[in-house]
Design a protein. Sequence first.
Length: 280
Amino acid sequence: MIILDTKKDYKNHIDILKFNGEIISLVPTMGNLHDGHLSLVKIAKKNSSKVITTIFVNPLQFGKNEDFASYPRTMNQDISKLKQLNCDILFAPKTKNEVFNNIDNLKNLEAGPKGNILCGKIRPGHFDGVLKVIYMLFQLTQPDLSVFGLKDFQQLYLIKRMAKMYFPKLKIISAPTIRTKNGLALSSRNSYLDKKSMKIAPVFYKILLDGVINLKNSNDVEKTVNYIKTNLEKNSFLVNYVSFLTTKLEKIKLNTPDKKILLSSVKLGQTRLIDNVEFS
Ligand code: AMP
């Protein structure tokens, strides 16, 4: 695996890959790689001839009081995991200038109203920061395809919309959420959970699954949202939001063939968890 940490070296390698007619896939991450991330690399591997993974803890997507400084950084372990999967290139920019030296050009790139609901409401500016880094990585790499996880459904939706507009030839692949045996969605932030919280955390997904069944039986969105919130609170979760929407992040209409989704974010102690369940 070739490891690069400057924009200049990265660009040179991309030029060679392009010249050789490779099909390039890009897997952007913030590192502390777990089996969820690795599943994206495996999907990329199956669908392209060269896989590039990026590791960059993007300061623009963290709020002032968030965990940018303490976000887990485990570069050596990450490198071994990527090598085992035969990832071709790792781009791990050594400073934020390697990614954002033209940041002023991006000042109009904003996530808009659908970036201000759900996670965007509790993390103002978060998705503007996400779109900026992903835009820069797409622009630098000009990949043929890029893989993102359905766990971060709102992020995936906004990236797909941005890509359609600015990188129309780029294919975005949505990857299923990888979970522990008892249903907890893998996340780098799970490492913040202590033993007791690790036992409670899987209940989050179980409550969401039960919520979808409840909606199907009751046909009453408001009642079901309250039912889910009560269940979450009973199990020590502090609710950030519980929301039933269409998969276009629009108001849900029951008894239609639209694809629907239940999205939720909670806090368990100081740790934020997000998850979702798609249904029709
Ligand atoms: P992050 O490092 O948290 O920015 O995540 C990088 C990519 O991995 C994003 O596309 C995430 O949606 C994806 N991802 C994170 N957790 C999981 C998971 N449990 N299963 C599948 N993909 C995931």
